[in-house]
Design a binder for this molecule. Structure first.
Ligand SMILES: [Zn+2]
Length: 218
């Protein structure tokens, strides 16, 4: 490869137009790069080689040469992931935070000469949604199939025996179906358990959904 001075001139122009911060990222300065014959020659050779030997376009080749000779600029450090926000809703029976609900969506579509829906726009219905409403119930827990409406609020209560997830609006039959078979009372709550998990029912809910009877066997 015979070195062609035009590439050096191009490279000088390119380096002169680079932001000073680009050099700082690579641990050097613009003046230091332009002032070093050795560095400029390396840049020139890589640039010309990319274009003439590898057939790359000039724009790519020039920035590739900078990255190769001066080192690629380190990627910006990613922002630390935000702390996971504690779920507002959670299935008290299985702990799942995922439900199947319903949602109304509005989308742009092709309308035919008869004024009716004709076809989806390119990209499909999903790519052309412009408005959607808040999901509504009934909601089904995607893990255990328990149905809720509204979503079960994730609430916990600290009792002398431990911390329990509070369940409300649930009839005794549902607890029975989910395998809860005993209960004991505690500080304004009744704790139901199935051997693996225990839930707390407020006395108010207990009276409402369990008829106030506290000594029956489920
Ligand atoms: Zn569940």
């Amino acid at each position: 490869m015979i070195l062609n001075n035009e590439y050096l001139e191009d490279m000088k122009e390119y380096v002169k137009n680079m932001e000073e911060s680009e050099f700082a990222k690579r641990g050097t300065t613009k003046a230091a790069v332009l002032g070093s014959q050795e560095t400029m020659e390396k840049l020139w050779v890589v640039y010309q080689k990319d274009v003439e030997d590898y057939g790359c376009d000039a724009e790519f080749s020039i920035s590739d040469a900078v990255n190769e000779v001066l080192g690629a600029a380190p990627l910006q450090k990613a922002e630390p992931a935000p702390e996971k926000i504690r779920a507002q809703y959670r299935c008290p029976f299985c702990g799942s935070e995922r439900f199947i609900g319903h949602q109304e969506i509005r989308a742009d579509v092709y309308v035919g000469g008869n004024g009716e829906f004709e076809d989806n726009l390119p990209g499909g219905m999903e790519a052309n949604i412009y408005d959607s409403s808040r999901p509504y119930g009934p909601f089904t827990c995607s893990k255990c199939g328990q149905e809720y409406d509204p979503l079960p609020e994730y609430k916990q209560v600290k009792l002398p025996r431990g911390t329990f997830t509070v369940v409300s609006g649930v009839y005794v039959q549902k607890c029975k179906k989910a395998g809860y078979s005993y209960h004991h009372e505690d500080n304004g709550y009744t704790v139901l358990g199935n051997g693996a998990r225990a839930l707390a029912v407020s006395n108010e809910d207990y009276n409402c959904y369990y008829g106030g009877q506290r000594s029956f066997i489920l």
